[in-house]
Design a protein around this ligand. Structure first.
Ligand SMILES: *[C@@H]1O[C@H](CO)[C@@H](O)[C@H](O)[C@H]1NC(C)=O
Length: 432
């Protein structure tokens, strides 16, 4: 069976396409609407936190051996490969009509190890990924290997952050790591039960990996829910055959947020690897940042998401400047005009160039596939083949920074334009 794994994080692509006529597409918003980082809800009880702490002291235990709780330990033949421990399973959970089990491979990627809390059927999908099938894939792609581009440091009011240890340029790779832990996103388990399974999953990992996990920042700082707390503060999302998993990449957790980030992440679903690449030049000693929320959302939207999900007040330049939302409105109005192919359209290559300037002014170099795409279409519209091609190439490059497997609709537009020739594109000389 070919596993279909999709990461929700190649989603910052702005290539949402709307089919208008069979030959014409309009660029609109993001093609994979960037899903904001979600997290596990730790305290779901009506009267809040104290009651949960009481419940945590309750008698819920994970059976250590099949003899104590035979019903909870249900090995099946498929469960053997590629796991180094017998799975530990929950009872059947009503909302997903499946049990969830802890699957661990302690020798995964040169003994880094991985623990996955998921359904037996999804575990089989994981096992069929190149990440498990081909043990050479990590070494040959320099994954889980220090890149010597960064070091962590305590920063005033920002906790630990990652600083460039040398000057970096566009597309430089900063990190490439596999997760230590993945957990199916469910709401059936109570906080206390979930904590026990997650703790058992992490404790099965090799010592070094486990210690990295346990040393990460938390939001609540409550020891009894520590394993969920770490995930709450640091997780990314990986989708496997439609099943949403929270994924904890220990090294990658050190990137702080900025609404004008100088780096961008991408999750390769086949390699199960989280990559971070540079989107504009970074000086030695400068902090390397990524966005935890879509930088194209309005300021209040970004602020409330960061407050609710990550418990911090966003104070980056684009959260405090009053001009950010005005610029975003201008961006939207240019994009509407550039999408107008009627005879009265005011769109022009100059307008597309101005749009590109606005993205750069806002520090959105990692999100430029849409403005590059508009520039390609605007130049094609006036019959400038060379410029259209130049910007189609840039749009393609920008798409690939967010699309590890090259499957987005947006990417297909630019590849089509480049392969078939600008003169064959529907936009060619449409505005002459
Ligand atoms: C653990 O994963 C690796 C891939 O990194 C694989 O080669 C190995 O066979 C797996 N271990 C077991 C016991 O299946």
């Amino acid at each position: 069976m070919r596993a279909h794994v999709k990461s929700s994080f190649y989603c910052a692509l702005f290539c949402f396409v709307q089919h208008v006529t069979s030959s014409q597409v309009l660029l609109s918003q993001q093609c994979w609407h960037e899903r904001i980082l979600q997290s596990v809800n730790l305290f779901t009880f009506a009267d809040g936190y104290t009651q949960v702490v009481e419940r945590l002291d309750g008698p819920i235990t994970i059976p250590e051996s099949p003899s104590t709780h035979p019903s909870l330990y249900q090995p099946d033949t498929n469960d053997d490969f590629p796991w180094t421990h017998p799975p530990i399973c929950t009872p059947r959970l009503p909302s997903i009509n499946s049990k969830l089990c802890i699957y661990t491979n302690t020798s995964f990627s040169n003994n880094r190890g991985i623990s996955i809390f998921t359904t037996p059927s999804l575990a089989l999908s994981f096992a069929n990924l190149p990440a498990f099938k081909d043990p050479t894939v990590f070494t040959s792609n320099s994954i889980n290997t220090p890149s010597n581009t960064w070091q962590t440091s305590h920063l005033p009011n920002r906790g630990i952050g990652m600083l460039a240890s040398r000057p970096l340029v566009f597309k430089d790779r900063v990190t490439a790591y596999t997760p230590a832990f993945l957990a199916f996103l469910e709401t059936d388990l109570g906080t206390a039960e979930r904590e026990k399974y997650w703790r058992a999953a992490v404790q099965r990992l090799p010592k070094k990996t486990r210690e990295m996990y346990e040393g990460l920042a938390t939001l609540y700082g409550v020891e009894s829910v520590k394993y969920q707390d770490v995930v709450k503060a640091n997780a990314f999302q990986v989708e496997v055959r439609g099943g949403n998993h929270l994924a904890l990449f220990p090294e990658t957790s050190r990137f702080n947020h900025d609404c004008a980030p100088n780096a961008q992440y991408i999750i390769d679903p086949d390699l199960l690897t989280h990559f971070v690449h540079v989107t504009r030049p970074i000086k030695e000693g400068e902090e390397i940042t990524i966005a935890y929320t879509s930088p194209l959302d309005t300021t209040s939207h970004r602020q409330s998401h960061l407050q609710n999900a990550f418990h911090f007040k966003c104070s980056c330049a684009r959260c405090t400047s009053s001009s950010t939302d005005t610029t975003l409105a201008t961006v939207a109005s240019y994009q509407t005009s550039l999408n107008d192919w009627s005879p009265t359209s005011t769109a022009s290559p100059a307008m597309a160039e101005h749009l590109l300037d606005l993205y750069r002014q806002e520090g959105l170099e990692g999100f430029m596939d849409v403005p590059y795409g508009f520039a390609a279409l605007a130049y094609s519209g006036v019959g400038d083949e060379a410029m259209a091609r130049k910007f189609a190439e840039k749009a393609r490059e920008a798409c690939l920074l967010k699309d590890a497997r090259g499957v987005s609709q947006g990417l297909a537009i630019w590849e089509g334009m480049l392969e078939e020739g600008v003169e064959k594109h529907w936009s060619w000389r449409r505005r002459v």
